[in-house]
Write a protein that binds this ligand. Structure first.
Ligand SMILES: C[C@@H]1O[C@@H](OC[C@H]2O[C@@H](Oc3cc4c(O)cc(O)cc4[o+]c3-c3ccc(O)c(O)c3)[C@H](O)[C@@H](O)[C@@H]2O)[C@H](O)[C@H](O)[C@H]1O
Ligand SMILES: O=c1ccn([C@@H]2O[C@H](COP(=O)(O)OP(=O)(O)O[C@H]3OC[C@@H](O)[C@H](O)[C@H]3O)[C@@H](O)[C@H]2O)c(=O)[nH]1
Length: 469
């Protein structure tokens, strides 16, 4: 099998990874790279320059995982210097996809020079066209839930779009024929967040076209999930594409004896509070809460719980710092028990801190796995289609979390957030006890020493067979 140089093992594979330019995706690809490097495989990881410093500390095998930075071209309409989804407002994401497409010549050169056995990608749907000539097999590795792919990104979900005409919410909410769940679905007002899936953009077509092409043309589809939580969705995707679907399992870093520790400023601050009493709130790596009013409802809802809280959120649209967006008098009222921080915190380590007892999450798929592995109570405030589906999976199917209630306009109130947090944190709450019990059962299954390893070993074997085929 191929090799980037020589790592001395004849059965080791050389793998090139090129994830979508978003931290949630890059992090998931890197966790998987660590698992494969642990088995002796060599990885060349492509990423934008700006992402390197943030992602580098997660590399547990620097001798086997090499980063290669890619220049992300400036595309008209994108903020100057934008390289990742964190730099781009949600409604401009398609332009970042255009920029990623323009990296094709550079990636082609890297492929020709390195001739890997395998290429992993998710968004760059042209990878199979440039990988085949160098003899590499391709794996479309999906870091989002199988449910969200099954609902919108399978051939049966194709829609006849009349150019320029937006689909009605009722139309968007209809699951494709054969979709295997009646619980993991969207209400009409929630389905409006899916309109981007079929909307056409000049030069790149629609999100749907890109994802279906990516999954049609690869040699195998892979998903960061497990049969125990999403088996029926994986089977449906496999039948829609008539090709193997490999599952990696949760792919989370295990506790390393010398892993980095939580920044002292947070460790010290959290240590002031009783075990299990602090509410931690984070909404992933991308700008999420767009509206200043919703940002303020969130702050006021946490204030109203009376509990200590740590919020790590990007500022909403229209302001450049979180401080500017805080409600009047908020900082004075919560001083000593509540912090709203606009930067990056080490989420897995915060969740692991003994004082933290509740996680208010947007339910990105990475956060979903991290929260399932933690012993925190979970309150879900999903913002977009995929996160709403993940939330349904957690709240309705697995019954491990409580989702915040929203009005018909899709907005949540400070009261609904306060109620949701209290329902899981108040002693003697029936809802709280039920989700705690179910969460504990799932945590035991997922954190069993053989569980994740079993998935990775099977996944590795799938890859070896694919390369040999
Ligand atoms: C092209 C522009 O993309 C839009 O970006 C949205 C975000 O997409 C995330 O990925 C998915 C989202 C959803 C979803 O919201 C609902 C669904 O039913 C399915 C998905 O699937 C995916 C997805 C699936 C498979 C895969 O391999 C992926 O890489 C993604 C993504 O995580 C996030 O980074 C994007 O910001 C944007 O709204 C814009 O308007 C579109 O034009
Ligand atoms: O302050 C922060 C914020 C986020 N994070 C980490 O960043 C990652 C965020 O990933 P999530 O998947 O939860 O959320 P994102 O919104 O960033 O990701 C997006 O792309 C990847 C998909 O799987 C998600 O479903 C989608 O929402 C998590 O691993 C989280 O631990 C931090 O470590 N600190």
């Amino acid at each position: 099998m191929g090799d980037f140089g020589s790592n001395g093992s004849s059965s080791s594979m050389s793998i090139l990874m090129y994830p979508w330019l978003a931290f949630g995706h890059m992090t998931a690809f890197l966790h998987l790279s660590n698992k494969l490097a642990e088995k002796g495989h060599k990885i060349l990881f492509l990423l934008p320059k700006k992402a390197l410093n943030q992602v580098k500390p997660l590399n547990l095998y620097p001798n086997l995982i090499t980063f290669h930075t890619i220049s992300i071209p400036q595309v008209k309409g994108l903020p100057p210097g934008a390289e990742t989804n964190s730099d781009v407002p949600f409604f401009l994401t398609h332009l970042l996809a255009v920029a990623m497409n323009q990296t094709r010549p550079e990636v082609e050169t890297i492929l020709c020079t390195n001739k890997p056995d395998l290429v992993f990608y998710d968004s760059a749907d042209w990878i199979p066209e440039i990988a085949k000539p160098v003899g590499a097999k391709t794996v479309c590795f999906n870091t989002v839930s199988a449910a969200s792919i099954a609902l919108t990104l399978v051939p049966a979900a194709e829609r006849d779009i009349i150019d320029g005409k937006e689909m009605l919410a009722e139309e968007l909410a209809k699951p494709p024929l054969g979709y295997p769940s009646s619980k993991v679905v969207l209400l009409a007002h929630e389905a409006k967040t899916l309109s981007f899936v079929w909307r056409r953009h000049e030069g790149i077509g629609s999100f749907f076209d890109g994802k279906v092409t990516a999954m049609r043309n690869c040699d195998a589809i892979a998903i960061r999930t497990c049969r125990e939580t999403e088996g029926k969705f994986c089977d449906y995707i496999g039948s829609q594409y008539s090709k193997p679907v490999y599952l990696t399992g949760p792919v989370l870093p295990v506790d390393e004896p010398n892993k980095t520790s939580l920044e002292p400023r947070w460790a010290d601050w959290l240590a002031k509070f009783k075990p299990g009493s602090v509410v931690f709130c984070a909404f992933g790596s991308q700008p999420v809460v767009d509206k200043i009013d919703q940002f303020q409802e969130l702050c006021l809802g946490l204030e109203a719980t009376g509990l200590p809280f740590l919020v790590a959120l990007k500022p909403p649209s229209g302001v450049s710092t979180v401080e500017e967006a805080l409600p009047e008098g908020f900082q004075e009222r919560v001083r000593g028990r509540g912090v709203v921080y606009g930067g990056w915190v080490q989420q897995p380590l915060v969740l692991d801190h003994p004082s933290v007892g509740c996680f208010v999450s947007h339910c990105g798929f990475g956060s979903m796995w991290e929260s399932l592995m933690s012993d925190c109570q979970m309150v879900l405030v999903p913002q977009h289609g995929e996160q709403i589906l993940n939330a349904r999976l957690m709240a309705e199917e697995m019954e491990v979390a409580v989702e915040v209630e929203r009005g018909d306009n899709g907005w949540f109130s400070r009261r609904s957030l306060e109620d949701a947090v209290k329902s899981v944190m108040s002693e003697g709450s029936e809802v709280g006890e039920n989700v705690r019990k179910n969460h504990e059962k799932w945590r035991c299954v997922l954190s069993d020493s053989g569980f994740a390893d079993g998935y990775i070993s099977k996944f590795e074997q799938n890859l070896i067979d694919l390369v040999k085929s």
